[in-house]
Ligand binder design. Sequence first.
Ligand SMILES: [Zn+2]
Length: 73
Amino acid sequence: MACKTPGCTGEHGAGTIRHTVLYQERSIVLHNVPADICPDCGDVVLTEETTIVIEDLLRTNAGSPETVFVYEA
Ligand SMILES: [Zn+2]
């Protein structure tokens, strides 16, 4: 997938990232999140499926004091 960052000619490749999201005023860190990553500028794209899994994970753990999770599809 070609990178959408203006001026960048990188090609995104599949990888995993550490993804931080703000949820209920808490900063949640997710490890091992699959993403398409540009090796040139570092632009990251999450698929719709991945964001749905993340939302489910956040909802499931809404009452947990934990702020670090490992992504599991
Ligand atoms: Zn790029």
